[in-house]
Each structure stands twice: as structure tokens, then as C-alpha cells.
Ligand binder design. Structure first.
Ligand code: NAD
Ligand code: MG
Length: 389
């Protein structure tokens, strides 16, 4: 559907302003599709991207935000555009943004999340890496500034939907579902020879390259366990993972009386993006196909092959260790995935790099933004050096 451009004058009363950080990515473009259907409720007030000026320009033309920011680009005379890394915080701090959808990939999204929460905004958080690397800092920024984090990740959206209206004391445990990625049934020998193009063939989701590789190593599920710990205040022994190849059950919550609630639907990020904007309300939308239990059958569940996908356990242990360990886990993973995508290391080197960085740096203290950024930088350097010879 091609939407009409928005009028450039002010928003109608009751319409909430949304700033989208990372608007040219998989989540960012999904969000713009959702918002094009929800113009009675939301208006795009800011867009940012890393380097794709062309797509950003098309999006700006269509949605007419008051702010457009390009992180990695040179000014080309486009009126009203801002340039450089500071444009993320600028977009996240705008008074006309009620909700900041952080759909940036990786640690680069941290300061924007902190700024938005500090300014009392809702952060619709896709950028899980920043909650993982700085969970306590982010939680504190929300408490101090009056902001709130609402997850976009489908599993956490599912849990939030099951928990809404319930008391935390009623929860026994949560079970995150994992598709298992493209290598779910590969033997260990075959895994050792997995290529970049193998790793990018995700069976159920179309996503950016970094999260697609994270789904293949199961590092993504480790990030999600840590994310759940901070979002829902649950200890690690009450967060479990089960493999569910069809990605129809987005997660489970088990309550103290033994009842289990799940949130389901055909795999689509449109619903979790919309719900992050409207929570606790639901609004009519057409982003997910009608539920067809027979068509979606069978729904199956398996244990995780933890020994063949060691990134999961490494991440959970980093989460339990606390301090700077989750930041080290995240940064080592980001660096190793970048090297893998560039064809410079093998698939099995990703968990090896994470383990090595955690051995060397995992007992660092966290505490402050500067300490976490230093640990992040050291972990990246550690991984670079590991493969330099
Ligand atoms: P993507 O690579 O498709 O898009 C990333 C976006 O961030 C792009 O707009 C890019 O321009 C921008 N960006 C990249 N590096 C940047 C930097 N250094 N500074 C500023 N902007 C930068 O990624 P994606 O798949 O949309 O994922 C985005 C985030 O959402 C990730 O944290 C991912 O884990 C999370 N997420 C994605 C999905 C999904 O279905 N794609 C699902 C759940 C969670
Ligand atoms: Mg997820």
C-alpha cells in the first residue's frame, strides 16, 4: 500500500509523536509500515539511519518528520537534516517525541536509550544489546527520569502481554521460545563448516544480518534471557528457553497456580512493534494474518542443544556474573559476528571469541557508563587481537 504524505503542520490532539532510530533497518521499515496504518494515533516526528541516505530521504518525504538524522554521512544540502553520531540522542530527546522506537543494532544505541528514559519517554526497545550491556544503568535511568521501557522483541512482547494485569508475585517462571535458527538440526561436524550464506538463511524470520547470525549461534537467545531478567525483574533460574521451530508461540508464562499463558500468532514483527506503542491498550490493525491453528500445525518443542551452541550458556553465565560481564559478552559477540560476516573467521570462532573475552575481562566491574564503555572497547580489541595472527 502506498500511503499519502503526511501534512507538515502540527499533530492532531491525542496523536503521539514517535521518533524512530534505525528507520532504514528491518524493524525500522516494519515500524513505518505499521505507522502508515495508524495515522489517527501516531505521527512520525524523527527518523535516523546509519548510512542509507537514499532510503532515509524517501521515508522523510513520505512521513515529513521534524527531524532527520544521518549518523555516517556528509551534508549534501538537504534542508533540516542533522549529521553524525549525536543525532541519535538529539532525535531521542525531542520534546515532540512521546515514544522513541530504538531499532538501532548494537551498543551504538545506548546513549539514545538513556537520554529518552531520562527525559521521561517511553522507549519501545528493539535494541536489546543496550539493555544487556547496561541493564542496571538503563533501569536506573528509567526510574530517575520517569521513562519506561516496553519491549519490541517478540518473546518479551509475548511475556508482557501475558503479564499485563497480573502481579509479579503470581509468576513462577517464564519460558522463552527459540526457533533454533538455520542450524537447529545440523550435526556438530557440519556446523564447523557453516558459511555466512548458510547462517543468513533463517527459517522463520527475515531480519538484519547481525541478529540473523545471533539466531544461528543462539547468542540472540542469551541476549534475550538477560533482557528478560532486566525487563521483568526475574532471577536467572526462573527464565528458561525451549526450541520451537515454527515460531508461532512467542513465549510462555507459568503462574504460581500451575496455569500457563502463551501469546501466539504467525511470525510477524508488526504486532510486537504496534503493541510496544499502544501497551497496555490494543488497537485494531491488520499486521498479522488471521490465526489458523490447523494451517500453523504442528507446533513442536525441543530442548536446546546447549553443547553444540555454547554462546547461549556463555551469555547466561555472563548475565549471572553481572558487573561488566554482559557488556563484554555483547561486545565480543558483536565484534566476532562482524568478522564472521566479513569472511575473516569461522562460525565456531564466534563462541570461541566470546569465551576468550569473558575469561580475560569478565570479572570487570560495571557500575558506570564509562566503565561499561571501556569494557566494551576492550572486549572488541581482545577479539580483534585473538584473530590478528
Ligand atoms: P538492521 O541491521 O536491519 O537495521 C539496523 C538499523 O540501525 C539501520 O537503520 C541502520 O542504519 C541503523 N544503524 C546501524 N548501525 C548504526 C550505528 N552505529 N549508529 C546508528 N544507527 C545504526 O537490524 P534489525 O534487524 O532491524 O535489528 C535492529 C535491532 O532490533 C537489533 O538490536 C535487533 O537485535 C533487534 N530485533 C530485531 C528483530 C527483527 O525482526 N529484525 C527482532 C527482534 C529484535
Ligand atoms: Mg526475539
Amino acid at each position: 500500500m502506498v500511503a499519502e504524505p503526511e501534512a507538515a503542520d502540527g499533530p492532531a490532539p491525542g496523536v503521539r509523536g514517535v521518533a524512530i532510530l534505525g528507520s532504514t533497518g528491518s524493524i525500522g521499515t516494519t515500524a513505518l509500515r505499521v505507522l502508515a496504518r495508524q495515522r489517527d494515533r501516531f505521527r512520525v516526528v524523527a527518523l535516523t539511519a546509519f548510512a542509507n541516505a537514499e532510503l532515509l530521504g524517501e521515508q522523510a518525504e513520505l512521513h515529513r518528520p521534524g527531524f532527520v538524522g544521518l549518523v555516517d554521512g556528509v551534508p549534501t544540502g538537504r534542508k533540516g537534516w542533522a549529521y553524525g553520531p549525536d543525532c541519535l540522542v538529539e532525535a531521542a530527546s525531542r520534546p515532540d517525541a512521546d515514544v522513541v522506537l530504538n531499532a538501532v543494532v548494537g551498543a551504538a544505541g545506548l546513549d539514545a536509550t538513556l537520554a529518552a528514559l531520562g527525559a521521561g519517554k517511553r522507549v519501545a526497545l528493539a535494541n536489546k544489546e543496550t539493555l544487556v550491556m547496561a541493564g542496571e544503568l538503563v533501569t536506573r535511568a528509567a526510574a530517575r527520569g520517569g521513562g519506561e521501557i516496553v519491549p519490541v522483541d517478540s518473546e518479551h512482547s509475548a511475556i508482557l502481554q501475558c503479564l499485563t494485569g497480573r502481579r509479579g508475585t503470581e509468576v513462577r517462571r517464564v519460558i522463552l521460545t527459540a526457533s533454533g535458527g538455520p542450524f537447529r538440526d545440523w550435526t556438530r561436524e557440519r556446523l564447523a563448516a557453516a558459511t555466512v550464506s548458510d547462517a543468513l538463511q533463517h527459517p522463520t524470520w527475515r531480519m538484519g544480518r547481525k541478529i540473523t547470525v545471533d539466531s544461528a549461534t543462539l547468542a540472540n537467545k542469551a541476549l534475550e534471557v538477560i533482557e528478560a531478567h532486566y525487563l521483568f525483574g526475574l532471577p536467572y533460574d526462573r527464565i528458561e528457553v525451549v526450541v520451537h521451530p515454527q515460531s508461532v508461540v512467542h513465549s510462555f508464562v507459568e503462574f504460581v497456580d500451575g496455569s500457563v499463558l502463551a501469546q501466539m500468532g504467525a511470525p510477524s514483527m508488526e504486532l510486537p512493534v504496534l503493541y510496544a506503542l499502544t501497551h497496555p491498550d490494543r488497537v485494531p490493525d491488520t499486521g498479522v494474518p488471521g490465526f489458523d491453528p490447523v494451517g500453523l500445525s504442528p507446533l513442536t518443542f525441543e530442548s536446546v542443544r546447549a553443547e553444540d551452541f555454547p554462546a547461549l550458556q556463555l551469555g547466561i553465565e555472563a548475565g549471572r556474573a553481572g558487573g561488566a560481564a554482559p557488556a563484554v559478552f555483547n561486545a565480543a559477540n558483536e565484534q566476532a559476528v562482524a568478522l564472521f560476516l566479513d569472511g575473516l573467521v569461522r562460525f565456531a570462532d564466534i563462541p570461541r571469541a566470546i569465551a576468550s573475552a569473558l575469561d580475560a575481562l569478565g570479572s570487570r566491574a560495571g557500575g558506570s557508563r564509562d566503565a561499561l564503555l571501556a569494557a566494551d572497547a576492550e572486549a572488541r580489541r581482545h577479539v580483534e587481537l585473538l584473530f590478528a595472527c
